[in-house]
Design a protein around this ligand. Structure first.
Ligand code: NDP
Length: 452
């Protein structure tokens, strides 16, 4: 059976695919269909950013309850229910799935359920049945957890499963030191789970500014998380009620669950890329040019499959740029050097621009401004928390090229500074900006003395 011709066929109903489909239809009047085999919303809505942030809030209450005592509250009888959290989260995610459905319906995008595969440069086959022809095809199938190969890997959990566990484990070994590993380590620890964070190399968050990584290591350690650096995993033994993690040259570790948080890989299986001669890049993602066009001129790709930055807002922005350039051709390209991002640990990390090492490599002569202090909230709470901020300036142009925050509201703070940095804000303009008192964010505009 052949479905008649569309202007655009999108494969993948995550944040990027849905945005591209909607804008192509509503702004440019294109006839659009979207092929998806699972629930709409992709990783972000179903097993990523959104449920993770809900878990993060749940976990933050644990510290808030402890901190409240110093502010005069009596919190003797508090109890946490994991099943209640899971149920409430499921209801919210189901609501969001419905919202995504309505968005597409109201935008006159036809949603086709099933797995899409490229047949040729203008044809997508759904579940080996329906054939869809389209002028342009957009691949936005996202990514999936990467599982390294070692004996017992199949007994470990990946992040997708963390959002539907029947019960909270008493103990967990988390393998990895990136976004997902530290976020789950922090929130599970707050919820009372005994956490061991097992990572290769010496450091957490390897791509981030080292001063942030080191301080996060200290913060997680002081929460009670056991940090196990320089770990080489040999195997995981699957017992009846526990798992045994075997590391090279280190004592065996017995835990209830093991989570693998070792990165994500683009979801390309079954797409028929080879048959259509769609070329891949050196990271194994789909190779695209500035217009997100692949080596086949009618086929485009955005989001995690192109392995640039695996972040939801980046996929959405890429969707916008793809549509605008495909149908109008006027919008500027994304500046990937100035993308704010956050790690939702407690305290959380907010960062935009270059690390100190990367800034020195790119600009040579940089000035570094930093501040570490006890936040006001910690005075009465008695919590031993320090916040840290760092601003990196290219001396030649006075432009702020890196901004890094570790603190309670780092993510919220850095979003606004991202606008200034995208506009090329200078340190003098930061200095001329009046602070809001008393906040943590004001530190960023009152840093006057560079580190020597
Ligand atoms: P990351 O790339 O952030 O981290 C992967 C971690 O696994 C690193 O510590 C890496 O070590 C380690 N690793 C990789 N391969 C192996 C291996 N074979 N053995 C042992 N360790 C290994 O990936 P995540 O899975 O944490 O997250 C995937 C992506 O999802 C992120 O990069 C991010 O783009 C996105 N994300 C964003 C979030 C946010 O915006 N807050 C939250 C969660 C995910 P090394 O550093 O040495 O390479």
């Amino acid at each position: 059976m052949t479905e008649h011709k569309y202007d655009l066929c999108v494969i993948g109903g995550g944040s990027g695919g849905v945005r591209a489909a909607r804008i192509a239809s509503t702004r440019y009047g294109k006839k659009v269909c979207l092929v998806e085999s699972k629930k709409l919303g992709g990783t972000c809505v179903n097993v990523g950013c959104v449920p993770k942030k809900l878990f993060y809030y749940a976990a933050a209450f644990a510290e808030n309850v402890q901190d409240a005592t110093g502010f005069g509250w009596k919190c003797d009888q508090v109890a946490f229910s994991w099943p209640a959290l899971i149920q409430n989260k499921n209801e919210e995610i189901a609501r969001l799935n419905g919202v995504y459905n309505s968005i597409l319906e109201n935008s006159a995008v036809k949603v086709i359920e099933g797995k899409g595969r490229l047949k040729d440069a203008h044809t997508v086959v759904v579940d080996d049945g329906l054939e869809i022809s389209a002028d342009k095809i957009l691949i936005a199938t996202g990514s999936t957890p990467y599982v390294p190969s070692f004996p017992g890997a199949e007994a470990c959990l990946v992040s997708d499963q963390m959002f539907s566990l029947d019960q909270l484990p008493k103990s967990i070994g988390i393998i990895g030191g990136g976004y997902i590993a530290v976020e789950f380590a922090s929130l599970l620890c707050n919820l009372g789970v005994e956490v061991s964070l097992i990572y290769r190399g010496c450091c957490l968050l390897t791509g981030f500014d080292r001063d942030i990584g080191e301080r996060l290591e200290r913060a997680l350690s002081s929460k009670g998380i056991k940090l196990i650096p320089d770990a080489v995993i040999e195997s995981v033994g699957d017992g009846k009620s526990s798992k045994h993690i075997h590391l090279k040259g280190q004592p065996e570790l017995e835990v209830e669950q093991v989570l693998l948080a070792t990165g994500r890989v683009p979801m390309l299986a079954g797409l028929g890329l080879e048959d259509c001669k769609v070329a891949l890049n050196e990271k194994g993602g789909i190779l695209v040019n500035d217009d997100y066009q692949t080596s086949v001129s009618s086929i485009y790709a955005i989001g995690d499959v192109i392995t640039r930055m695996a972040l939801t807002p980046v996929a959405i922005e890429e969707a916008m740029v793809f549509v605008e350039r495909a149908y109008e051709g006027k919008v500027p390209l994304i500046n990937y050097d100035v993308i704010p991002t956050s790690v939702f640990t407690e305290p959380n990390v907010g960062t935009c621009g270059l690390s100190e090492v990367a800034a020195k490599a790119k600009y040579g002569d940089v000035a570094v401004y930093e501040s570490e202090y006890r936040p006001l909230k910690a005075t009465l709470s008695g919590r031993n928390t320090k916040e840290y901020m760092k601003v990196i300036v290219d001396k030649a142009s006075d432009r702020v090229v890196g901004l890094h925050v570790l603190g309670y509201d780092a993510a919220e703070i850095v979003q606004g500074f991202g606008v200034a940095m995208l506009m090329g804000a200078t340190k003098s303009q930061f200095d001329a900006t009046v602070g809001i008192h008393p906040t943590s964010a004001e530190e960023l505009v009152t840093l006057r003395t560079p580190r020597v």
